[in-house]
Design a protein around this ligand. Structure first.
Ligand code: ADP
Ligand code: MG
Length: 568
């Protein structure tokens, strides 16, 4: 006999539910996207496990998603005959949040509804979005291959109830008991519009219930509308989006698909869709998000593409197809050359994987190259992913040339102070006698902007690239030259060359300077003792009285700090 057990949500879930119901209200229809997306994922997962155990189909391999509504009861039901969940999975999946980045997400919440709803969008609420429109949700589910079915019920506050259920068919029914205000979700025409939008790219049929229609006759007794029994009608085209022709796919369809695979609420910044035939046969569809995920710099963050082999879903987060520095790219790869039983281990060192990885990397870099043609979009991209891309300079030698084109720096020539200068821009602006690309790394944007080292460069009208990100020191250590022009840190550079006109070049009073300041210099040397190697009169500065320079070959300030932090 069935016993009902009451369980509390993990604290974070209760918090999230509260946020969802209070701040996603203006965008409520997305709950359908999330639930259809989950149903489609469940069917993909069943197909995958059934590859090795065909019995799991239990004589029902007609996989589909069905949606029905009941105006009188004010309910909406989303059903799938996918993999289903057992009791423990219900508790784990619908009672906790197991995502990486959860802690960071909750820490960043501000209490400001507008800002927070954007954050929630980025975080992804998935199943819990049902509570935007429902005040009670029932999940009835039986896992493929198991005999017992279970029911989960909650009002979306602090707890849920689990009991056994008599559901006989495999898969999951999600019943939303809609809030009394949400009548549009039991209106067939409105439902059809929303569902079409969110399901056209889904590769299995999505069917919507059509009520019975009574026969209609005109005055002469001729039948004008034939009577129809109630039935399910397929409302999507049920063809995987990436298999369709590019020219037939609208931007909106790409964006909806992006949200389906990435769980992002925001549109993608751009994408690249390619079908390749020949020695290697594959289709790839790669997206650049607009916002970096919370866990971009976390070690255990999920990354990689959704892998299909001959149109069968194989796995999420296949990270073998892109280098680590492109971990923010989302997308799908569908290969005809990999075996259906491919595992992560096989992928690891396969020749096909290597070729696909090379191809996907190139596609991704080309896509960003095209994005860079739009300054505004690229500035946003750079702010979100610039530091991640910089990792590529040391990681990906083969694509260096392409990566160089994607780098952006702040520059003394650009008043905004934002990183918008490409290396090619810098080189194009170099005066003929200048041979090096000058740069300065400081601790912060402000420190960079006001560094006394810049004075002599400003005076001579020589542009300097400014950097202040922790990764810059490391990156510049890997960069030696661009288009034959060596890079040089300005706090290590020799300014005696003809490029630099100093005050004293004009008046030539350097000897008298020396005599005049000899006592001062001796005093400073005595005071600073071992802390400095030497104290010299300099022509570098025009406004600031003193500055610290490094001996050439010495460890930079940032490097010294990094070593110190590492305990050396
Ligand atoms: P996500 O889809 O990002 O994993 P969700 O909150 O949408 O997050 O869903 C949480 C989990 O609940 C899913 O990962 C899945 O394991 C499970 N789940 C949700 N809906 C279904 C379903 N219709 N069939 C089977 N499992 C489901
Ligand atoms: Mg989901």
């Amino acid at each position: 006999m069935s016993t009902t057990e009451k369980m509390g949500f993990q604290t974070e879930v209760s918090q999230l539910l509260h946020l969802v119901t209070h701040s996603l209200y203006s965008n409520k229809e997305i709950f359908l996207r999330e639930l259809i997306s989950n149903a489609s994922d469940a069917i993909d997962k069943l197909k995958f496990v059934a590859l090795s155990d065909n019995n799991l189909y239990e004589n029902d391999s007609d996989l589909k998603i069905q949606i029905r509504f009941d105006e009188t009861a004010n309910t909406l039901t989303i059903s799938d005959n996918g993999i289903g969940m057992n009791r423990q999975e219900l508790i784990d999946n619908l009672g906790t949040i197991a995502k990486s980045g959860t802690k960071a997400f909750f820490e960043q919440l501000s209490g400001d509804a507008g800002k927070d709803s954007e954050l929630i969008g980025q975080f992804g609420v998935g199943f819990y979005s049902a509570f935007i429109v429902a005040d009670k949700v029932t999940v009835n589910t039986r896992k493929a291959g198991e005999s017992e079915a279970h029911q989960w019920v909650s009002d979306g506050h602090s707890d849920f109830e689990i009991s056994t259920s008599d559901k006989a068919s495999r898969g999951t029914d999600i019943v939303l008991h809609l809030k009394s205000s949400e009548t549009q979700f039991t209106n067939r025409w409105q439902l059809q519009q929303i569902i079409t939008k969110y399901s056209d790219h889904i590769s299995v049929p999505v069917e919507l219930w059509q009520d019975a229609i009574a026969e209609e006759k005109d005055e002469d007794g001729n039948i004008t509308v034939a009577a129809q029994a109630g039935k399910f009608e397929q409302i999507n085209r049920a063809k995987a989006l990436w298999l369709r022709n590019k020219s037939d796919i609208s931007d909106e369809e790409y964006q909806t698909f992006y949200k389906h695979i990435s769980h992002d609420f925001q549109d993608a910044a751009t994408w690249t869709h390619n079908k390749v035939e020949g020695k290697l046969e594959y289709t790839s569809l790669l997206f650049v998000p607009q916002k970096a995920p919370f866990d971009l710099f976390q070690r255990d963050s999920k990354r990689g593409l959704k892998l299909f082999v001959q149109r069968v879903f194989i796995m999420d987060d296949a990270e073998q197809f892109l280098p680590h520095y492109l971990r923010f790219i989302k997308g799908v790869i569908d290969s005809n050359d990999l075996p259906l039983n491919v595992s992560r281990e096989i992928l690891q060192d396969g020749a096909v994987t290597q070729s696909l990885r090379k191809a996907c990397t190139k596609r991704a870099l080309d896509m960003m190259g095209r994005l860079a043609e739009d300054n505004e979009k690229y500035a946003n991209f750079w702010q979100e992913f610039g530091n991640t891309l910089k990792e590529g300079i040391g990681e990906d030698f083969a694509n260096r040339e392409n990566l160089f084109k994607l780098l952006r720096f702040a520059s003394t020539q650009d008043e905004t102070g934002n990183p918008t200068t490409a290396l090619a821009d810098y080189v194009a602006r170099m005066p003929e006698k200048q041979e090096k690309i000058y740069y300065l790394i400081a601790d912060s944007q402000t420190a960079a902007k006001h560094s006394p080292h810049l004075e002599i460069f400003a005076k001579n009208g020589i542009e300097v690239l400014l950097m202040w990100e922790p990764i810059d020191e490391w990156m510049m250590g890997q960069l030696h030259e661009f288009e034959g022009k060596p890079f040089e840190a300005i706090n290590q550079t020799d300014i005696s060359g003809e490029l630099f006109q100093t005050e004293s070049d004009e008046t030539d009073d350097s000897d008298s300077d020396k005599d005049q300041y000899q006592t001062l210099i001796e005093n400073i040397k005595t005071t600073l003792g071992d802390h400095v190697v030497d104290v010299r009169i300099s022509k570098r500065l025009t406004k600031t009285p003193t500055c610290v320079v490094l001996e050439s070959g010495a460890l930079s300030n940032q490097m010294q700090r990094i070593m110190k932090a590492a305990g050396q």
